[in-house]
Ligand binder design. Structure first.
Ligand code: SAM
Length: 292
């Protein structure tokens, strides 16, 4: 069998053979370190009954390592130029299917139904294109797909925000939106040197394990998200001041908002960044009637 795709020499050889030039606009930074790839697959706990969805296979570096351990890998790749390369590099792996599509436009639910009926569980594993990290993760979670979890490489700064606890400077609407659906943990910090070309930012691998049910219950999920985002609109302002901006006639209902917050045990002078998911759920429930 030929050498792993993700060695510096083999990657160089493949890129040269096809005259491939990287597109920065598509976030093309390929992994050239098999050790890092093995650790990503380990963290995703990919086994012989696991189905894997990969986003952006590139020339197949991660796909190959996934294919060696998973039952099946389905990879979405937006760049047409990579398709002939992938069918060459991944030809030894019959359990891989490449779909030429933008993941943000794909009907992932139907693909899962069609492709993974023989798998016990499905994980998303990817080295994400950094220009669309957050929209991709949010799409996978908001579509409420039957996934076990998501293990992805992304910008370290974004991983820090996703996994942040309340009352830290990294904590914000992204932490809450993702922790609402998953248990989030940064499992690896990765140096720039394991990519070609090297990205401008530091990278990390985050593991998001889907919760059986969301982290908090509330009367109206859409309102919870709207209100939570509004509470971080201006980070240095108090919860109360952000809420006054959120309501079109904020000033007119100021006392009512204040009273409802106090009744639910939340000090209106607190900042959004100090509220947990559960506390935001409580606030959204007490303030919901004000909208109706
Ligand atoms: N998995 C490969 C690796 O680790 O070496 C490549 C990772 S590279 C960071 C990101 C890949 O995502 C590229 O192959 C790029 O063409 C692809 N990509 C970018 N935007 C995409 C999108 N919206 N949908 C699917 N693939 C995308």
């Amino acid at each position: 069998m030929s050498k792993d795709i993700a060695t510096p020499a083999r990657t160089k050889e493949i890129l040269k053979k096809y005259g491939f030039s990287f597109k920065k606009s598509l976030g093309q930074n390929f992994l050239i370190d098999t050790n890092v790839l093995h650790r990503i697959v380990d963290h995703a706990e990919v086994g012989e009954d696991t189905g894997v969805i990969e986003i952006g296979p590139g020339i197949g570096a991660l796909t190959e390592q996934l294919a060696k351990r998973a039952k099946k890998v389905v990879a979405f790749e937006i760049d047409q130029r990579l398709l002939p390369i992938l069918s060459d590099t991944l030809s030894p792996y019959p359990n891989v299917k490449i779909i030429h599509e933008d993941i943000l436009k794909a009907d992932v639910k139907s693909v899962m139904e069609e492709e993974f009926s023989e798998c016990k569980e499905v994980m998303v594993v990817a080295n994400l294109p950094y220009y669309v990290t957050t929209p991709i993760i949010m799409k996978l979670l908001e579509d409420k797909l039957p996934l076990k979890g998501i293990v992805v490489m992304l910008q370290k700064e974004v991983a820090d925000r996703i996994a942040a606890n309340a009352s830290t400077k990294e904590y914000g609407s992204l932490s809450i939106a993702i922790q609402y659906y998953t248990e989030a943990k940064t499992v690896m910090v990765v140096p720039k040197t394991v990519f070609v070309p090297q990205p401008n930012v530091d990278s990390a691998v985050i593991r998001l394990l889907k919760r059986d049910k969301p982290a908090a219950e509330m009367l109206d999920e859409a309102f919870f998200f709207e209100l939570m985002k509004a509470s971080f609109a201006q980070r240095r302002k108090t919860l109360m001041n952000n809420l006054l901006q959120f309501y079109p006639h904020g000033r007119a209902v100021k006392e009512e908002i204040e009273q409802k917050l106090l009744d639910s045990g939340i000090d209106p002078k607190r900042r959004g960044e100090s509220l947990t998911v559960e506390e935001f759920a409580k606030v959204s429930d007490v303030l919901l009637p004000l909208l109706k």
